[in-house]
Ligand binder design. Structure first.
Ligand code: ATP
Ligand code: MG
Length: 577
């Protein structure tokens, strides 16, 4: 490909709406162009990268025994009603009507469709197990599309679905997919961590995510991991053991009573006022889960993990209550306390979930729905309310690994793929069954396995860049090498460059020939920004028989003869393929 013909317009500046490295770089280097919020054109360089990732995914999925198909992007409401998700999926689901007023949606994921395909075709145990996958654009009307390709509304996903006769079969396929995923990300040049995770709106019991660990702002997930064993989990699922703490306030309070605590709106103010550690305070928080209020109780030195709380209620949407909603809740229960003084005592018709940390608390301090007052020396029985215990605690750095007891570390991660054990969550309601050897029918035991193709490309940039631009891993780079003749009017330089161009192309190396009549500095800048893994510069040194061979990843520059450089590139590219 001649640079003069390559469809790429690099920008002088980063686009103003780009917050993270991958969005900035991909836009500036001419890979993507925004069409509308969360929707991008994949320009030729981007499309080459995406196809390379797709092909790696395809090869490894095929090697793992899965079969590719392609399902429609538009889906009818009826199937979503069968699974029960039409009602619950929420506003991420882009719903539309056709000219006959029939309701449809744009596919955010394809469990319903694949389950309907399976139930029509997989009737006997003899046909199982099966794993079917597709690579396709999805649409999710995300609340906050951002970070370019990392969280788009339209994005490319590989989604696979497995059908087994029993849990043991699912376990085997789950492991098979975990292994395939490791190979896929390795081949893409990405280091990933496989971490335990919450199963979210898709449901099911067990799931893992593949995270690209990053120190950039783009990591939307906190990953807790242990340096001493293999424990690692997304914060929405992580658990920990806590170091010993003072949880019995008997040395501070020898009786249970209500006292004045003026202006103690925060835990900090309250613990200062009473001169006690915050481990002796029971914190009460009001959330709205699926539009209804819920009270969460937790030891005050700890924080609530919203996904855990939402799961404890069985909801699909959660947020913290506004002051107006808290005021309304107070009024409905005959109180008028302001936030900071809320508590479970006397609250009726509202689910109350207490974190496990509350179990061991004794003679503690708690809000009792009276402004400027707290109860001290309180015990669970004084709360006079019904509540359920659940682990709703957000793990924090330094807490102890649940497996080996060593302190946990935390880092940021970008989720590029995940694997779920769905079990019969879809097959049961959709009556998707097979017949066993005795003629009895059972729902399939299913798994689903996603990889964000476009997100993986962006995550690769987050993991491989410097201030000059992208440093693509070789396997997913749009082209392997750029050849830069410094002076296109110099006959020898052009002759050598053109020969290398031809030789490399003949050997299957993907080459861009920068034939533009530009200053070398401009060409080098573009080469770095676009991120070709290798650059060969043919300049004055060719008069002594040498070209300059630069490796983008390390910045190393070598002086080689044109033949040496050609051979070296051919060998490297061969090894990657
Ligand atoms: P997230 O928690 O990041 O929203 P998810 O749990 O909704 O992801 P899945 O529904 O399991 O993700 O989708 C499978 C894969 O698709 C994810 O692992 C991710 O790589 C990719 N993906 C999901 N949502 C988006 C998006 N809005 N933009 C780009 N890729 C996405
Ligand atoms: Mg999502």
């Amino acid at each position: 490909m001649k640079m003069s013909k390559l469809f790429v317009q690099t920008l002088r500046e980063f686009p103003s709406d780009a917050e993270v490295v991958s969005h900035k770089m991909l836009a500036r280097a001419g890979y993507i162009r925004k069409l509308t919020s969360g929707v991008y054109n994949y320009l030729p360089l981007m499309w080459r990268v995406l196809k390379k990732i797709e092909n790696i995914v395809r090869e490894e999925m095929d090697n793992a025994g899965a079969q590719e198909l392609l399902m429609p992007f538009v889906q009818p409401k009826e199937l979503w009603e069968e699974s029960g998700r039409w009602e619950v999926y929420g506003r991420e689901l882009m719903r539309l009507k056709d000219r006959h007023d029939r309701e449809m949606c744009l596919g955010p994921t394809h469990e319903e469709i694949i389950t309907s395909i399976a139930r029509d075709g997989l009737k006997s145990y003899k046909q199982l197990p099966v794993n079917l996958y597709q690579i396709q654009s999805k649409f999710r009307d995300e609340v906050r599309p951002r970070y370019g390709l990392l969280r788009g509304r339209e994005f490319i996903m590989k989604d696979a679905y497995s059908f087994d006769v029993d849990e043991a079969g699912l376990d085997r396929e789950y492991e098979n997919m975990a292994q395939a995923y490791k190979k896929i990300f390795e081949r893409c040049g990405l280091e990933t961590k496989m971490v335990q995770s919450d199963s979210g709106a898709i449901g099911g019991s067990v799931s893992h995510e593949f995270m690209v660990i990053t120190d950039t702002d783009a990591g939307e997930n906190d990953v807790f991991y242990c340096n001493c064993c293999d424990y690692s989990a997304n914060s929405n699922h992580a658990v920990s053991n806590l170091p010993e703490a003072l949880v019995d306030g008997k040395e501070y309070f020898n009786e249970t009573k209500i006292i004045d605590t003026p202006n103690t709106h925060s835990i900090e103010e309250l613990s200062k006022f009473l001169n006690i550690p915050d481990t002796l305070i029971l914190k009460s928080l009001v959330y709205i889960v699926d539009k209804k209020p819920v009270i969460a109780l937790i030891r005050a030195d700890k924080a609530v993990e919203e996904t855990k709380l939402m799961n404890a209620i069985g909801g699909i949407d959660i947020r913290i209550a506004s002051s107006a909603e808290i005021a309304e809740l107070m009024a409905n229960n005959g109180f008028d306390a302001i936030p900071g003084f809320i508590g479970p005592k006397g609250m009726k018709n509202i689910p109350i979930i207490a974190d496990e940390t509350v179990r061991s608390m004794k003679n503690f301090v708690v809000g009792i729905n009276q402004t400027d007052k707290h109860m001290v020396g309180a015990n669970i029985s004084d709360l006079e309310s019904e509540f359920e215990y659940a682990d709703i605690r957000l793990v924090q750095r330094g807490e102890l690994c649940p497996q080996c007891g060593k302190p946990l570390s935390v880092t940021k991660g970008i989720e590029v793929g995940n694997i779920f054990k769905l079990g019969t969550k879809y097959s049961k309601p959709m009556n998707a069954v097979y017949t066993d050897i005795n003629g009895k029918t059972h729902p399939y035991v299913m798994g689903c396995y996603g990889i964000g193709i476009s997100r993986t490309a962006a995550a690769a940039v987050e993991a491989h860049y410097d201030e000059h631009g992208i440093k693509w891993p070789i396997a997913i780079a749009p082209y392997h090498v750029v050849i830069v003749p410094v002076n296109i009017k110099d006959e020898l330089q052009m002759k050598v460059a053109e020969k290398m161009y031809k030789d490399l192309q003949a050997a299957g190396v993907e080459v861009v020939f920068d034939d533009r009549d530009e200053r070398a500095g401009v060409k080098f800048k573009d080469a770095d920004l676009i991120g070709f893994p290798f650059r060969v510069t043919v300049g004055k040194t060719i008069n002594d028989g040498f070209v300059e061979y630069k490796t983008r990843e390390t910045g190393d520059i070598e002086k080689l003869t044109p033949d040496e450089a050609t051979q070296k590139l051919i060998n490297i590219i061969k090894a990657v393929k």
